[in-house]
Design a protein. Structure first.
Length: 376
């Protein structure tokens, strides 16, 4: 037979027989191998079960057995001899192991933070949920129009949309390296095709991803685009009247035109049309403010939003472009401007310093909806 049969009571410690079971157990577990188990076919039994009573005859512990006088006692569950030394060594290594675990955990947290920071600073997309601003231009050049232009111009594009009744020219702001561009809904509304040109002259075709006519916003995606420079989206709630701002866009198809001014007012209720047939004309996109119509009739289908007013020069084609703060963060999407009526008197021509922009915080709160493909 191949089985080993264990007889009842074998290797159980006798009670009160005068033997020293602990000594037998220590012998059989001696790591030096000087003693062998009673039956070499069986593994040696443990000295005792941790935390359980075992027999201790007279002299086994140098005394008279258990505390109750009955020859049994319960001992703490720790091994003696070399095993105890091993436990001590393990306990000595405990703090070092804890420190190593903390270091590893810190590295993991640090890596996660670095990844979050990378996402938030626009390696793939801009910080659409951030309400803090960054220094896109060096602190020493804060407010420098030329430094702002160098930093942000690559993130602003020209948009040409083909409509049933003509064409629409506007601008857009790059919000991801793969070609997502935010613009005004009125720039691309009703377009049968869209072409986009970047600041370096590269041309792309684009498709509409999502629209929100109630906010006059749209998101388009450039086909086969990569490596574009996304803009840093700032915090429009931090603006105050008098702050310096810079506008970049493509008025009259002049790509990358830079103008500057200040924030003239905040929270202006501007009304613009949502009807795609009420397109941008020679006098600029029509809008309504204070009960008066500017640049033509806004039509019956309109939407109203609270805008940033600026005296930075805006002209037809600036719609959808960037309004930028002194640190180089986009704080608004230019959307409407007042243009004087066309007349032979040249003094009425050009911008008169009344421009309006959609606050960038409105854009950031709407970006996820636009990305989802919503067509409102």
């Amino acid at each position: 037979m191949s089985e080993s049969i264990r007889r009842s009571g074998e290797y159980e410690h006798p009670q009160g027989d005068g033997q020293d079971p602990a000594a037998d157990s220590v012998q059989s577990a001696d790591p030096r191998g000087t003693s062998a188990p009673v039956n070499p076919e069986w593994p040696p039994p443990p000295p005792y079960a941790p935390g359980r009573p075992f027999a201790a005859g007279p002299g086994a512990d140098g005394g008279q057995g258990g505390a109750d006088g009955g020859g049994t006692a319960t001992f703490p569950a720790f091994p003696a001899g070399p095993a105890h030394a091993s436990t001590s060594r393990k306990r000595t290594r405990g703090p070092l192991a804890l420190l190593a675990a903390v270091a590893i955990a810190s590295a993991v947290v640090g890596g996660g933070t670095a990844f979050a920071f990378q996402e938030l600073t626009g390696t793939h997309t801009v910080a659409a949920s951030s309400t803090t601003t960054t220094n896109v231009v060096p602190s020493s050049q804060r407010g420098s129009i030329s430094a702002i232009a160098r930093a942000v111009t690559p993130s602003v594009v020209e948009i040409n949309a083909t409509l049933d009744n003509g064409t629409s020219t506007g601008s857009g702001v790059v919000v991801s390296s793969k070609g997502e561009v935010v613009t005004n809904n009125h720039v691309i509304a009703g377009a049968s095709s869209i072409k986009v040109r970047t600041s370096d002259g590269t041309s792309y075709t684009a498709q509409v991803v999502g629209t929100d006519s109630s906010k006059d916003l749209a998101l388009i995606k450039l086909r086969n685009a990569s490596g574009l420079k996304p803009a840093a989206l700032g915090d429009s709630d931090g603006l105050t009247v008098g702050d310096q701002v810079v506008a970049i866009g493509s008025p009259e198809g002049l790509t990358g035109t830079v103008t500057s001014g200040i924030v003239s007012a905040l929270h202006r209720d501007v009304t613009v049309p949502t009807d795609e047939n009420q397109g941008q004309g020679d006098g600029g996109w029509p809008f309504q403010f204070g009960g008066h119509q500017f640049n033509g009739d806004t039509g019956s289908s309109t939407t109203t939003y609270r805008a940033i007013q600026t005296d930075a020069s805006l002209n037809p084609g600036n719609s959808g472009g960037a309004l930028i703060d002194a640190s180089g963060n986009v704080v608004g999407i230019n959307s409407a401007m007042y243009s004087a009526n066309q007349a032979s008197d040249s003094s009425n021509a050009g911008s008169v310093g009344l421009g309006f922009a959609i606050p960038i915080n409105t854009v950031k709160s709407d970006l996820a909806t636009l990305r989802s493909g919503s067509q409102n």
